[in-house]
Each structure stands twice: as structure tokens, then as C-alpha cells.
Ligand binder design. Sequence first.
Ligand SMILES: *[C@@H]1O[C@H](CO)[C@@H](O)[C@H](O)[C@H]1NC(C)=O
Ligand SMILES: *[C@@H]1O[C@H](CO)[C@@H](O)[C@H](O)[C@H]1NC(C)=O
Ligand SMILES: *[C@@H]1O[C@H](CO)[C@@H](O)[C@H](O)[C@H]1NC(C)=O
Length: 406
Amino acid sequence: MKLFGFIICAILSAAMGIKVSIPQEKYEVARGDDFTLPCKFETTQQNPPVIIVIWSALSPQAGQKGKPVATYYHPSGQLDIPPAYEGKATMKKDVDGGNVDLFLKKVSMDENRVFECEVKIPMDDEGTPSAITTLVVLVAPSPPVCQVKGTAEYGRDINLTCFSEEGSPDPKYSWKRHTVQNQPVPLPPRATDKNGHLSLYNVSMDTSGFYLCTSTNKIRSASCNVTLSVMPPSMNIGSTALIIGVCVAALLVIIIIAVCCYRKRKQKKLATEYAMGEVEEEYRDKEPMESERNDRNNKLDDRMERIEDMDNYEERSERNYDRRSDYADRREKNYDRRDDYDDRRERYDDRRDDYDDRRERYDDRRDDYDDSRDRYDDRRDRYDDRRDDYDDRRDRYDDRRDRYND
Ligand SMILES: *[C@@H]1O[C@H](CO)[C@@H](O)[C@H](O)[C@H]1NC(C)=O
Ligand SMILES: *[C@@H]1O[C@H](CO)[C@@H](O)[C@H](O)[C@H]1NC(C)=O
Ligand SMILES: *[C@@H]1O[C@H](CO)[C@@H](O)[C@H](O)[C@H]1NC(C)=O
């Protein structure tokens, strides 16, 4: 029976022609590893003159034609590798043994696809000339991102999303819920968890909590979490409305105050301008001439009188109107200077009186002097008289002497 079966098989095999096979439907490899995809073939031909082995990669989309990865020609030994797989793919071949394996170096996500091994032998085109297998390149899921989509307010429907950028095969996601105290609790009753998309309906305070999403594939898993705190809508809307209302009210008050101030200021300004004329501009000049200053003082006095006539203006100006008080100050100073001048003038007059007195006294003394001079002249005259006397006496003495000597 066994022998019969073997014979049948051999006959069938011979009848069905070439047989190409890949042991597994699917191979898994971690990204970055080297990998060899095995392929075996059996042929009915004895020492076929030509054998062509073609490894090609099929696009993930079904029905698309594959692209060659490596083509080997036996017995010439020619191996064609297209530029896209240069340095990446090569063939490990033992044609006599019926092994034509594809070697892939440092597998990347591009090799995450279906590969086909096809063997072409002349006169042996019946049977199974090709086989396919799926290479699954595995990538650990990248840390997922958890997000809350929607407004977490009472009565709303919201979604929690979870997604890993990387991960091959595509990670599976699952949400778990914890209390704030980190105790596991079931998801809310109506919640639906569809591959990382957790929909929560009619949320309330009870929906609040700590939500944890885990992204898992064959290699590894990663997780993220969000803390959901559902707020009463009335509070949010109420507080927002209150804040807006307060802001608007404050703004209105500010505007009203600003308008009032502006108007009052303008009125004051008009009144002042009427009263002061171009004084403002004149006062901006830095160093007015001496004569101008005197003129101005006169003008200021005139204007001051006019200002004092305006009782209303006086009342208003009692409030802090700087320019008005400045003016008053300057006017007072002017008065002060005037007083100074008067003082000085008085002092000058006093001194003049003094001088007159002193002059009189001088004149008196001069008279005295004249008197004494007269008296001196008198005395001189008398002295001269006496001298004459003396000379006379001397002459007489000399005469007497001469007479004595004789
Ligand atoms: C939540 O997801 C559902 C279904 O995926 C969608 O219809 C709904 O608009 C989403 N809601 C929000 C707030 O994103
Ligand atoms: C939402 O939940 C509240 C109680 O939390 C319930 O009174 C209300 O009927 C619910 N609304 C819907 C549309 O389910
Ligand atoms: C929640 O996520 C943060 C990062 O977003 C992480 O640091 C923390 O450990 C996570 N908590 C838990 C309990 O997983």
C-alpha cells in the first residue's frame, strides 16, 4: 500500500511537472535583523540546460504585479539585482540540491510584504512553478499619544484616542480605567472601545477618572494615559459668562471715566486758553530777553486781573490744575521780586539820606577847618611879628657887641 502510494505520487509528480515550495506561509523578523527566505524546487527534467530563479516582492495591495528582487540564471551564474535591492538582497543557491533562498540584509519596513519564488525550467512549465510567503517585519509600538477629543462637560459625548506612530504589525490598543486613587474600575456602561478609539456618551462626574491606553503588538507594548475630569456645563458657561460680564462692565466704566475726564480737561483747557492767550507758547521759550520779561510781567499783571474777575474759573482752578498754579506761583515770585526792588529802593533812599547827612557834617567840618586856618594865620602873623622883634633885638645885640669890642 505504501509502495503503491509512493508510485502514484511519483507518477503524479512526474505528470504534474515542476514543484516550487516555501515551507512557511509567513515569517516574522524584527526590524534591522538579517533574514533568509527559503525556497525549494523539484523538477522532472534531468540536467535541465537552463534554470531561471526569480524572487520578487509583491505590493501589499492585492492584484498588483510584483517587482523583481533577484534573478538568477543557471548555469551561467548570472545574478541580476535591481538598484532598489542592491546591497540589500542576494541569493543563497544550491541548484543541484533544489535550494534557491533569498537572503535579506538588515530588514526594514519596506520588506514587510509578500515575496514570491518562481523557477523557470524549459520543458517543465506544468505543475507549481512558484510559491509565495509573507514576510512580517515586526516593530515595537512607539509610545502612543492619548488625547481627549471633545469638551468634557456633563451630558456631552467625547472620545479618547490613542495612537502609536510606529508599530508593525499594527499595534492593538485597549483602554482601561482607574480611579483617581489608581484602583481599576470598569469602563463606563455605554463606552465603546474600537481599536484605540474610546467613545464616551453622556459623560458625567462618574465618567471622570484616570484612563490608560496600552498599544501592543507581538514584540512589545507601550502605554499612555489621560486624566479626565468632567465639569458641570452650567459652571463652565456660568463662570465664563460672569467673567465676560465683569470684563465688559469694567471696560464700560473705564470708557465712561475716560470720556468724562477728556471733556472736563477740554473745558478747562478752553477756559485757560481764553484766559492766558499765547502765554503758554511764550513760556516755552527758554531764555526770554530782559525787556521782554518786563513786558510780559506787565501783561501777566493785566491778565491776572482778568483771571481774578472770573469767579467760576477761580473755583474750578482750585482743583489741581497745574498750569494755573504754576502761573500763580510765577506771579507771586514776580510780586516778591517787586517787593525786593521796593525794599532795595527804600534802603537806597535811606543810604542817600545818610549820605546827605554825612555831607552836611563834612561841610560843617570844612567850616571848622576854615576857622582854624584863619586862627592859624593869625598865629603866624603874630609869630612873624615876634620874629621881627627878635631880629631887631639881635641887631641891637650885635651893635652892642661891636661897640664892646671897639
Ligand atoms: C467620537 O467618535 C465618533 C465615532 O468615531 C464620532 O461620530 C464623533 O463625532 C466623535 N466625537 C468627537 C467629539 O470627536
Ligand atoms: C444623561 O445622563 C443623565 C444622568 O446623568 C440622565 O438624566 C439623562 O437622561 C442622560 N441623557 C441621555 C441622552 O442619555
Ligand atoms: C501617565 O503618563 C505619563 C506620561 O504622559 C507617565 O509619566 C506616567 O507614568 C503615566 N502614568 C501611569 C500610571 O502610567
